[in-house]
Design a protein. Structure first.
Length: 320
């Protein structure tokens, strides 16, 4: 069956998810997900525009009348600098709207995401060196890569210790590489008509937080964005979108931050719950946009045919 026909058969609005686009290697990301280069990203947009019409977040979140061409809205998490230097200029030229979800603690390169520290350690050190450092720190050393990738925000002190042992200067990396956008960059995105949303302050794994902590993270982030940039932030994307978060906790969070109208997870094509919209991750592999959309559409249609739930198992869905 023709791939385009399969994609168009779903007739649902979609929210593709990216983090960055780069033609140069990014060591702080290299071991975490497959970054698209400009050529790949251009091809993704060509494929998306064949079956969908680019639209704003508000338009894409609305129910599309039957028979009309479905919409897509691009989203980008983590506030990486390529959003301002590569992605925004490209999208402006094409006239394609997008939303950028920001972690407040990373603005102006004030702090390095702990997962980026993990990637840098993996990029810069061979397995035997990592194993020795892990063993000296009292951590499992049999599979260094797995040990590091399993670390959460609760392990940041251990990661700092490992960084010192392995001569990784994260402050120097922030100063020299500046992986994140500045406040000025974010202001420019707003002036150019892009949407800014919250991705929490610290990018903690919400499945490890209580409801009050989650609400505090979101509220602090939203209040800071509103005050700093003179906006009314109405969108939030969950860090990791962990399936480990209970329905009760998710509902508590969604009801505990009244200013947010749009919550985003990463479960792919689903029958969205009120106020919660699932996105399609485009960086889990180097697969083409066609392959990703065919897989997502086929999975969704098979679930509908089988009568199995096509909503996320929990509002926050699967881990990205």
């Amino acid at each position: 069956m023709n791939a385009g026909f399969i994609i168009r058969s779903c007739r649902r609005n979609i929210f593709p998810l990216y983090h960055t686009v780069s033609d140069v290697p990014l060591p702080h990301i290299g071991d975490l997900y497959a970054v698209r280069n400009v050529k790949q990203f251009t091809r993704d947009l060509e494929i998306l525009c064949r079956s969908y019409t680019p639209a704003t977040m508000e338009e894409t979140a609305a129910v599309r009348p039957r028979g009309q061409r479905p919409l897509f809205h691009l989203t980008f998490d983590d506030g990486l600098k390529e959003c301002a230097t590569v992605i925004a200029p490209f999208l402006l030229q094409k006239g394609i709207p997008a939303s950028f979800f920001i972690n407040n603690d990373f603005i102006d390169n004030r702090r390095l995401f702990y997962r980026f520290v993990v990637s840098l350690l993996l990029e810069k050190n061979p397995a035997p060196v990592l194993a020795k450092a892990l063993e000296e720190t009292g951590l499992p050393a049999g599979n260094p890569r797995m040990t590091l990738l399993k670390m959460s925000h609760r392990d940041e002190d251990l990661l700092r210790l490992l960084a010192v042992k392995l001569n990784l200067d994260t402050e120097l990396y922030l100063r020299e590489k500046q992986p994140y956008m500045s406040a000025e960059d974010i202001g420019s995105l707003l002036k150019n008509g892009f949407t800014i949303g919250s991705h929490s302050c610290s990018h903690a794994d919400f499945s490890l937080l209580g409801a009050e902590e989650m609400i505090r993270e979101i509220t602090s982030s939203v209040n800071d964005l509103n005050l700093r940039f003179g906006i009314r932030c109405t969108a939030f994307s969950f860090p990791f979108s962990s399936h480990m978060l209970s329905v009760a906790a998710a509902e508590a969070v969604m009801n505990g931050v009244p200013g947010i109208k749009y919550f985003f997870g990463t479960s792919g094509i689903k029958d969205d719950l009120p106020g919660m919209y699932q996105r399609i991750p485009f960086e889990k592999s180097n697969q083409s946009a066609t392959a990703i959309l065919v897989r997502q559409t086929t999975k969704y249609r098979l679930q509908k045919m089988a009568g199995t739930p096509s909503t996320a198992a929990c509002p926050l869905a699967s881990k990205a």
